[in-house]
Design a protein around this ligand. Structure first.
Ligand code: PAF
Length: 282
């Protein structure tokens, strides 16, 4: 049977059939150009579920007008091959008009959570993310859906939306997958030239330095920790630091002193490539 479908109705039909057979449905939403991070989500879904659905949709509503929607990397044939090798049961690749037909009007917003950190630099981004994720969850109706900790704010916001709107799905957060030197895997890493690729590592280095200060040097003053992290990034040169913050995992609110379950999040820009990363301190 064809693994790839383009229409919502086809997804519903295949899901109905799998459900009838008593299968546990796992879902991994993506924007394609799959890398090791996506593959780890898919493998986790395969381990925990009987029928795994992957979607590939570069969602226009989560990109700002000056962002990279048009140049976002796309290679469906390559992705399809990867998903066949991973034995994914169903691949959903809708057209934009299937998801947002003319006259589309409804958007979902998780207030406050969406306005801070990434939200300050990407207004409207999480409104687009929540809207597409809710739509996809309604189309697929999975038991479990898988998201990477790499996009920590996205994961926390989606968990909040699922809780607030009583959506019957379990959201599973999966560890960030990194290249050998520590750079977090991202489809956007392909934008980096060699020199930028080397510079990109400074964000992870700053996060690791902060973690080391907390765990080995018992520093718990966040202002001090952030100042040291900023120093690591400034030392690199040619890198614009957009934010580096320490917040509570539960509600993304900033903390002054390190407490249980916080997360250090940062975003940098190198040329016109924007990269994010984070480390949880649990
Ligand atoms: O993380 C992503 O790739 C996207 O934000 C998602 C969750 C697939 C929604 O478009």
């Amino acid at each position: 049977m064809e693994m790839m479908v383009r229409r919502i109705e086809e997804v519903r039909e295949r899901i109905r059939y799998a459900r009838k057979k008593g299968k546990v449905i796992g879902f991994v939403p993506t924007m394609g150009y799959l890398h090791k991070g996506h593959i780890s989500l898919i493998r986790r879904a395969k381990e925990e579920c009987d029928f795994v659905v992957v979607s590939i949709f570069v969602n226009p509503t989560q990109f700002g007008p000056s962002e990279d929607y048009n140049r976002y990397p796309r290679d469906i044939e390559r992705d399809k091959k990867i998903l066949q090798d991973e034995k994914v049961d169903l691949l959903f690749v809708p057209e934009v008009s299937e998801i947002y037909p003319e006259g589309y009007k409804t958007f979902v917003n998780v207030e406050k959570y969406s306005e801070i950190l990434e939200g300050k630099f990407r207004p409207g981004h999480f409104r687009g993310v929540c809207t597409i994720v809710l739509k996809l969850l309604n189309i697929v109706q999975p038991d479990k859906s898988y998201f990477g900790w790499k996009d920590a704010q996205q994961l926390i916001i989606i968990k909040k939306m699922v809780e607030d709107l009583n959506i019957p799905v379990e959201i599973v957060g999966c560890e960030t997958i990194r290249e050998d030197d520590g750079l977090a895997c991202s489809s956007r890493n392909v934008y980096l030239n060699r020199e930028q690729r080397e510079k990109a590592l400074c964000l992870y280095k700053a996060l690791k330095r902060i973690e080391e200060m907390i765990k080995k040097e018992n520093v718990n003053d966040c202002e001090k920790l952030i100042a040291e992290g900023e120093k690591v990034i400034k030392k690199e040169g040619g890198v614009e630091l957009q934010y580096l913050e320490i917040v509570r995992i539960s509600d993304l609110l900033p903390v002054e002193k390190i407490e249980k379950d916080v997360i250090v999040l940062g975003a940098i820009k190198i040329g016109d490539v924007r990269l994010i990363d984070n480390l949880r301190i649990e």
